[in-house]
Ligand binder design. Structure first.
Ligand code: S3P
Length: 425
């Protein structure tokens, strides 16, 4: 589906309730499936990716009673052997976290995915899982993954990359392994797994970038999913760059392992306020007020900031096109392994719109401020984050733009276009 975006409104004004966080939604489904008893998940994401996790757990014998965004999970705490391959769709989180869970079961299972997921690297999880005793077969470390459940042993693993998917995979295997599992990463990635597992009674603790876990049984939970800062990012950037805008974004999860975008907006001199900070299910939550900012300036983005804003880099690079000076993004080579090669796809499409932006091996260099001329068709590369970034670019382009395969936004954020329409005045 192709959509057109044009500047046929004066500004963006109003308030939105931010949709539920994708990472928390995945974890709530997977972890409550492992707990014996009844769990309740409130405000579950409508995105296709978290629903892939739900479908996979259903194929493993877990019962879900779904009413709108409220899910009652009934599990025996033991997964059953599936009678078909477990389809993870486009979702790297489903595949990588499930691989950790399935490695310690007593049956054979096969994880598969769509074309994009089947081309993404799985060595990062196969390697530590094999060290723990897992039996995994794959063709060249790509999905499908054939996993024969095994007796696992805890290991100490120093990951070369900072990745919450790799960390969560190893910790979930550690939940079923004999002895202690210790995982370290160069920079701290999102820590929702550690928080939720602890709340469910796991024997887990963190010390800096290192997490320790021992074999544990999980208790059921009642959890409310807070709003997704990665989805909020499109509204933050739009509010900053569309003249005369002011938007209030309600109920945003501001876990410090996710708030790199807020740090960048402050460095760029953007007008942003964090209001009414509170805690929901051990996660920090707030409302965010963002206003049009005329004097945005460039900054450098690298090192420990990268895992804190990894999914926001496409839309941050758009923001950088509206800053005076040169923004350099580096240490982000893993962006090439996302739903698309997000370095080359973002650079290619923003350049077509008129941005001064160049690829580097591990990031990009953006010179601002540029006028985006538009008047062309751009490609989402079937990548939800690029589709949404291009939509926001369309809001400030001189001429109308068309975005190819826009329906891929449904992977994380089906309400995206409707929420933007409501803000246009
Ligand atoms: C996620 C972790 C990140 C992120 C992805 C969701 C998660 O991936 O890009 O969208 O829920 O754990 P990596 O762990 O591969 O960086």
């Amino acid at each position: 589906m192709k959509i057109s975006v044009k500047k046929n409104f004066k500004s963006l004004n109003g308030e939105i309730i931010v949709p539920p966080d994708k990472s928390l939604s995945h974890r709530a489904i997977l972890f409550s499936s492992l707990a014996s008893g009844k769990s309740v998940i409130k405000n579950f994401s409508s995105g296709k990716d978290p629903h892939s996790s739900l479908d996979v757990c259903r194929s493993l014998g877990v019962n879900f009673d779904i009413k709108d965004d409220r899910i009652v999970v009934n599990s025996s705490g033991k997964l059953a052997a599936p009678d078909k391959d477990l389809y993870c769709g486009n979702s790297g989180t489903t595949m990588r976290l499930m691989a950790g869970i399935l490695s310690g079961q007593s049956f054979l299972s096969v994880l598969c995915g769509d074309e994009s997921l089947s081309s993404r690297p799985m060595k990062r999880i196969i390697e530590p899982l094999k060290l723990m005793g897992a039996d995994i077969k794959s063709d060249n470390n790509r999905a499908p993954l054939e996993i024969k459940g095994s007796h696992l042993f805890g290991v100490t693993y120093n990951s070369a990359i900072s990745s919450a998917q790799v960390k969560s995979c190893v910790l979930l295997a550690g939940l079923h392994a004999e002895g202690e599992t210790v995982f370290s990463e160069p920079y701290l990635s999102r820590n929702h797994t550690e928080i939720m597992l602890k709340n469910m009674g796991a024997d887990i603790f963190s010390n800096g970038n290192t997490v320790h876990i021992k074999k544990s049984k999980l208790s059921p939970i009642e959890i409310e999913i807070s709003g997704d800062i990665s989805s909020t990012a499109y509204f933050i950037v739009a509010g900053l760059i569309v003249p005369n805008s002011q938007i209030v974004l309600k109920n945003v999860n501001i876990n410090p392992t996710r708030t790199g975008i807020l740090d960048v907006v402050k460095l760029m001199n953007g007008n942003i306020e964090i209001l009414d900070q509170r805690e929901v299910c051990s996660e920090p939550v707030a409302d965010i007020k963002v206003s049009y900012s005329q004097n945005l300036r460039s900054c450098t983005i690298s090192g420990d900031l990268i895992p804190k804003l990894i999914d926001e880099i496409p839309v941050i690079s758009l923001l950088a096109t509206q800053c005076d000076g040169q923004t350099i993004i580096s240490d982000a080579q893993d962006l090439r392994n996302k739903e698309s090669d997000r370095i080359s796809s973002t650079v290619s499409e923003l350049k077509k719109l008129g941005a001064d932006i160049e690829e580097t091996p591990d990031g990009m260099v953006i010179n601002g401020k540029s006028f985006l001329s538009g008047g062309i068709i751009v490609d989402s590369y079937r990548d939800h984050r690029l589709a949404m970034t291009l939509y926001v670019a369309g809001l400030i382009s001189q001429k109308e733009i068309s975005i190819k395969d826009f329906e891929w936004v449904n992977i994380s954020f089906p309400e995206f276009e409707r929420l933007f329409e409501n803000l246009k005045v």
